[in-house]
Design a protein around this ligand. Sequence first.
Ligand SMILES: [Zn+2]
Length: 375
Amino acid sequence: MTHVRNASYNKAFNRREILKNLRREPLSRAELSRKTGLTRAAISILTDELLAEGVIRESELRADPAVGRAPVLLTVVPERYYGVGVSVERERVEIGVSDFSGAIVKRRACKLKSTAEQTLIAAAKVAQALLHALSVPADRVLGVGVSAPGPLNDHTGVILSPPSFPGWQNVPVCDILRRETGLRTMLDNDANAMALYRYLQGASGSENFLFLLVDSGVGSGIVVGGRLLRAGEGFTTELGHTSIHYRGPRCACGGRGCLECYASIPAILARHPQFESWQALMRSDACDTAVRQEAEYLLTGVRNLRRIVSVDTLLLSGGIAESADRLIAEMERQLRSESAQYPSEPLRIVASPLLAGDRISAAANLVFSDFLGIA
Ligand SMILES: [Zn+2]
């Protein structure tokens, strides 16, 4: 029986690998075989099944004069599955419907009501109205993905105590949205949701990376071996709340000398009070000092992480990524000058600024991360 269970587990895993790759780009069977490591025969059987189920389809032929014969490309069927996204932000809540390709096909923002529960009930009504307007059959909706500021518990689906967010303490978000929509609901913090979204897009360029959201705080999403790393018991990983100085300032989390106390944008500006923003600081003479300090702080945190898990890529996001060229160049310079006492893979650092629509896409894509077994 174990053998049968393993075989069915492997098959489900391989189907998800195929879909994960096809969501990023149309591929031929030969390309799928190369990317997944599965044999051509296995690809043939699994893609035939997915074609019969209407989850993927054969796309137009791609002319390739070098090959002589154009291979048939496979692509996911966008309208086969849908996910609802709810992005809870401090100023508003945004609701969107994503098709299986990851594209948001309809979205709407909703003002915060006087209580969190009233806001979520209103968001659920908007979600149902959007699905109705799109005439999406109920059996094609995989669920609701909610991204919110942490700390939160993703097992219980409860937002715990986000700073500067009055009225959103201990809110059972998933219970409320499940009750109001009848849909499976999952919750994660914004950094994890963004990390998973970048991974599903193929934008991380790696199966082992750190997504660092440096803004009013320092959020982190860590993907190792193509799966999101979790801290256990429903708690998210928080690189921003690991200490880089044991006698450092007291942090809002209760710890001392957390990375966030030094590397968040408010912490940088507290050291350079004559500037109103990171961008203004980057245009000034104080830029070199600020960049050197920030690179030291961030790399201390990243180095601590890399002593525990192997990540080869850092996606730098949030407000700091909007003017990050000099910071990244300085981080690369500091990395090159490190002693090779603990040789490790080179770290690739890439700016990954938040674009309009990223937050709602990331929330909706939590549903597909769950479906594809990477969350
Ligand atoms: Zn802290």
